[in-house]
Each structure stands twice: as C-alpha cells, then as structure tokens.
Ligand binder design. Structure first.
Ligand code: GAP
Length: 452
C-alpha cells in the first residue's frame, strides 16, 4: 500500500488547471466522457512530445548501441500466447449481482469474504451479492477482417515490448549491431484496467517508452545495475525533485524476471510513491518463447567465439503519460508574490519541457509597441513555440503564462521603441533584464538549453 506523502494532494487542482488551460481533457467529454481515457490539448501535446523527444534523444540518438523501432499495434495473436499474456495477464475480479459493479479482489473497501453471505458490496451496501473472484484478462480484443469469429481475434497490444522481441533479428541483421545492443520504441498500449484512475496515472489507453537491451548471459546483472542508474539519472534530469524519486526492488518477481526494480515518484497525498518506470532482467524468456512458438531460430551468432546463444534482455519501461503527470505534479506550486496582494500559481517546468517557451507582450497597444512586438513574435516563432498576448494588464498576462509554465516573458515597452531593447522576465526569480531585440532568439535559446 502507498504511504501517505509529506507532499500535499494537488490532483484536483491539477485536473482543473489541465482542462482550463488546454493540457488534458476527458475523452468524449460532450457524451459524458469515456472511462479513464484522456485527450491531450494544445499545451499537453507539446509537453508530452517534449518528454518523448527527451527520451528518444537519450536512448536512441545520443547512443550508437541502441536502434529505434516503430512496430504495429496489431500483432499476430500467437505473439500474446508466447508472451504469456493470453494465459496470465489477468486480475481477479468480483461482481456485485445487485448493482452490477466490478471490483478487484484485493479492493480494501470490500468487507467480508466475497462469495459468502456476509460479504458486503462497497457501493450499494448489499450483503451476500458479491461473487467469488474470477480471473479477468486485461487485453482488449477485436477482430481482424470482416468476420467476427474466434479465428479472427486480435488484441490491442498491452505493452510495446513484444514488437521489439519479434523484430530482434530484423533489427540486428539490418543494422549489423553486435551484442550488447538495444532496441527502443515509443507507442500506444492498451489495458482494460479494472481500477484505473488518478487522472492520467492509470488509464486504459496510454503510451509507453520501452527499450530492450540484448546482452550475453552472465553479463546481465551488471547491465541491470547500469540501466537502473542511467534511468534514475534521466528522471532527475527532467527536473523531478531527487527526494521525490526512489528505487523499489520487487520482492515478488514476474514469471519472466530474474530481477526487477521500479523507479517510484512521490505523487503526493494518499497516492504517495508510485511506479513510473520498471527495469527488468527478463533473462532469455521472451526470445526463447518466441523461438518456441514461431518455430524460427532467434539466436545471436557470436562470430569471434563461434557460438550461438539466445541473448538475455534488460528492459527499461516507462509510461509517457505517467511521466507527464509526475512532471506536472512536481512543477505545480502556489506562492505569494512580494509586494503584491494576489498570489500566483506557477508550473515550474524545466524550460526545455515547457510547452510555450516565451510570452511576448506589448506593454500598451499604442506608440509602435504592438508593431515591434509582432515583429519580435514572428522572429521568435521560427525557432520556438511562443505566445503573443496584448490583452489586459501586464501583471495578469504574466500570471497566465506562469500558470502554464512559460519560462520567459518578453515585454516591449516605451524604451524598446527608442533603443531596440526589451525586458525578459524570468518566471521563477521574477527578475527582469534588458536584452537587445536582435539578440533575443539566441538569448532565450541559450537559457532554455538543449532538450536532452
Ligand atoms: N513491458 C513491461 C511493462 O509493460 P509495466 O510495469 O506493466 O511493464 C511499464 O508497465 C510502465 O508503463 C509503468 O511503469 C507505467 O509508467 C506505464 N503504465 C503501465 N500501465 C499503465 C496504465 N494503465 N496507465 C498509464 N501508464 C501505465
């Protein structure tokens, strides 16, 4: 069970801000919403893209030992038999015969032993109406082709990893990579979760960023430790507070795993520390099973030593949506502003993750300021996502950008039209410096730094 966090529960405030400012909306909201499925709005899509770009850069572009892949969501149904998902990707479920609700068997709100007369439904309160637990598979099923029959069943993938395993030799042979090397991909995954919730923390449609690193058996433990350290460093580099991050080794291992550890982030409130990433030593389980089920050899030929073997796999698996939530929770703060009666809400996002990099504001709508501001905005827009705002008091315009995490506010004032300089306000320190308008693009780009 999660421990209650020292950090406050800000989820409700975050959900409201996310909707109001265009980060995240409930899916199909005008129809009453779809359970635990979310849409990313104009700012949310930028934030999530920045996170994914950051991962892709660290895992693929900046290394010569990892290759990228984009495998299809629909795969041969035998893949999921080989992976163990058809037989084992299940949760025990309880039904209430009275109110028709479903619960996970380990739901702490259930009183008594389900299936017995004294067990009580946590929603309608009826006694004796809860069924015994039965296993429920979390994979979404659909049909391929025009006929809805059992032979045509395919699944929406519940993880991206299997697309990597089945392409192991395609990638290795086409790139001539030598072990150790990895394959990485970002893509959608689907799980018919019984207890989704906590906003985008656990949803039924989500994005994973997964990497499988293929290693020689016997070297797997050292690679496992290496990847644990690399991945923790990545989360810290996103700006997540170090004290809100920790490792959690798995005490009970999945059937495929020789070792496993989660990276957990403290989401605050009663949610507390929860997994954002899993790092697993999967041994030769996956390639071995696909070799068995497909009848195709998936061995690596180690030329210098003239031997063939099935590599072991170290997997790093992180949710893009869950990371986005961690980044938002970590960034959210409400604070007083010295010398002002109104406080402010700030998303203290790392500048490279911020959806908008700079707000551009003419101080007043006259004396040549709007014209100069528009020229500056057009110039900046060629390189950076920016927002032009000439409406209302300048303080309010700053606040609107603080709330969505925009790191810089560029104001064109009376002096600007005289000497060609503008003020640049720092979101966090509130300090303002004067910068020559023709130096602005370079100045802001340098302050943002690379997205890596
Ligand atoms: N291939 C291994 C694998 O899928 P997992 O621990 O089931 O492992 C890895 O998932 C990561 O995917 C999690 O740490 C989490 O960030 C994300 N994830 C899993 N289920 C999710 C869900 N229902 N909603 C959002 N993210 C999810």
């Amino acid at each position: 069970m999660p421990s209650v966090s020292a950090h406050p529960d800000i989820m409700e405030k975050l959900v409201s801000l996310a909707k109001r400012r265009g980060f995240i909306f409930q899916s199909s909201e005008i129809y009453g919403g779809t359970g635990s499925v979310w849409d990313y709005g104009p700012l949310g899509v930028e934030l999530k893209k920045n996170i994914k770009d950051r991962w892709w850069h660290a895992m693929v572009r900046a290394r010569d030992d990892i290759e990228g892949l984009d495998a299809a969501i629909l795969m041969h149904p035998r893949v999921w038999e080989a992976s163990g998902h058809v037989a084992g990707f299940t949760d025990p479920l309880i039904d209430c015969r009275n109110c028709k609700r479903r619960f996970r068997a380990d739901d702490p709100a259930i009183k008594g032993k389900p299936g017995t007369p004294d067990a009580q439904c946590p929603v309608c309160g009826s006694k004796g109406t809860l069924s015994e637990p039965r296993m429920f598979n979390l994979m979404f099923k659909t049909f391929m082709g025009p006929v809805e029959e059992s032979a045509a069943v395919v699944y929406l993938r519940p993880e991206t990893a299997q697309g990597i395993f089945v392409n192991f030799l395609n990638v290795q042979q086409s790139t001539r990579q030598k072990i150790p090397f990895g394959i990485a991909q970002i893509g959608k995954a689907f799980r018919n979760e019984i207890t989704p919730g906590n906003f985008i923390f656990r949803t039924r449609e989500f994005e994973q960023m997964e990497m499988q690193f293929f290693v020689e058996p016997g070297t797997d433990e050292a690679h496992f430790e290496y990847w644990k350290a690399q991945r923790m460093a990545w989360h810290r580099a996103l700006g997540l507070a170090p004290e809100r991050l920790r490792f959690k080794p798995h005490e009970q291992l999945a059937h495929y795993a020789r070792a496993a550890a989660d990276i957990e982030f403290d989401f605050g409130g009663s949610l507390g520390f929860q997994e954002v990433e899993g790092i697993h030593n999967r041994s030769d389980f996956d390639l071995g099973r696909h070799q068995e089920y497909s009848g195709k050899k998936l061995e690596y030929f180690d030329q210098p030593n003239n031997r063939r073997y099935i590599p072991y796999v170290i997997e790093t698996s992180v949710g893009a949506d869950r990371t986005a939530l961690a980044v938002l929770v970590n960034a959210y703060r409400e604070e007083e502003v010295p010398g002002e009666s109104e406080g402010r809400t700030v998303l203290g996002l790392a500048p490279s993750l911020a959806p908008i990099k700079a707000g551009v504001f003419p101080l007043v709508k006259k004396d040549g300021m709007p014209e100069m501001a528009e020229n500056i905005a057009n110039d900046l827009r060629r390189a950076l996502p920016i927002f032009y705002d000439d409406g209302g008091a300048i303080g309010r315009r700053y606040r609107r950008q603080d709330e969505v995490g925009t790191p810089f506010g560029v104001t064109i004032d009376g002096q600007s039209t005289q000497d060609g300089t503008v003020t640049v306000r720092d979101r966090d320190t509130l300090q303002q410096v004067r910068v020559a308008a023709d130096q602005l693009r370079g100045y802001i780009a340098e302050r943002i730094g690379p997205n890596e």
